[in-house]
Design a protein around this ligand. Structure first.
Ligand code: DGL
Length: 274
């Protein structure tokens, strides 16, 4: 990759590919590399320390590949580590590089979707426990009531290719029933986990009518486009040959066979140690 300065896109596994797809569709001119830390996924139930250590190692790997800009396309990693990496590690590791997450861009736009001002955030245990969405949404829309629910079985269902199964129906309905029992006035649901768009059909099937489901791909892609427009000093550092490379910390053949359904296109990955 010498001479190339791609944008790095990171997730614990496959989920970030749903964001990457939207980013590459909107901004096809740039070079990208995607890394899935599949060998250590899922991150969702892990401690702060562990998620921080894993994410930092992956960010360092992206910098070693020449990426000036890294997107944490993983809510769990964004929720638990982004601030620390931006404030503590970046000034030492690479002060001119940038690491961006997915929570703030999503929080910024949620007010446009809700009329009842009652919004649900569905995510991993780590994302929900961090309270990051509540904090960020309150900054932009103090009038919105945020209801959070961890759906810890949804990522394993998706990672194991069971998102179309009857088991998925059962667990989608179970969490949504619980949510609407708590707060029947919710009119907007944020899928605050990059794996969840794979369950979108089932989620819609069990929702009360009139509830909007917001996935993050297009939102993050638009936010990145705005960021690059506002930061020409960063934009000029990114190489533009429209290349996409995929890496996994686990088995590439396994990655490739699962990745297509998330990315919507054929994927050929290579193995890396981080
Ligand atoms: N894709 C991750 C997210 O957006 C969750 C997957 C995991 O638990 O590793 O939160």
């Amino acid at each position: 990759m010498s001479g190339q300065q791609p944008i790095g896109v990171f997730d614990s596994g496959y989920g970030g590919l749903t964001v990457f797809r939207a980013v590459a569709d909107l901004l096809p001119q740039y070079d990208y590399i995607y890394l899935g830390d599949n060998a250590r996924a899922p991150y969702g139930n892990r401690s702060y320390e562990t998620v921080y250590q894993y994410t930092l190692e992956c960010v360092q790997w992206f910098f070693d590949q020449g990426c000036p800009l890294v997107i944490l396309a993983c809510n769990t990693a964004s929720a638990k580590t982004l601030r620390t990496i931006q404030q503590k590690n970046l000034p030492q590791l690479a002060p001119d590089n940038r690491v961006l997450g997915v929570i703030r861009p999503t929080a910024e736009v949620v007010g446009a979707y809700t009329k009842s001002r009652s919004v649900a955030v569905l995510g991993t245990k780590g994302t929900v426990q961090s309270g990051s969405y509540e904090i960020e949404i309150r900054k932009f829309f103090p009038d919105i009531k945020v209801h959070q629910l961890a759906c810890p079985l949804w990522v394993p269902l998706v990672e194991n290719g069971e998102y179309g199964s009857e088991g998925a129906d059962y667990f989608v309905k179970k969490y949504l029933d619980e949510l609407f029992r708590q707060a029947p006035d919710i009119d907007t649901i944020l899928l605050a986990c990059t794996h969840y768009p794979l369950l979108l059909d089932k989620i819609k099937k069990y929702l009360p009518t009139g509830v909007t489901v917001v996935s993050q791909g297009e939102i993050v892609a638009q936010s990145l486009a705005d960021y690059l427009y506002r930061h020409p000093e960063m934009e000029s550092r990114i190489s533009m040959q429209g290349g996409k490379r995929f890496y996994t910390t686990d088995d590439p053949a396994e990655f490739d066979s699962h990745a297509t359904i998330f990315f919507g296109d054929k994927v050929r990955s290579e193995h890396v140690h981080v």
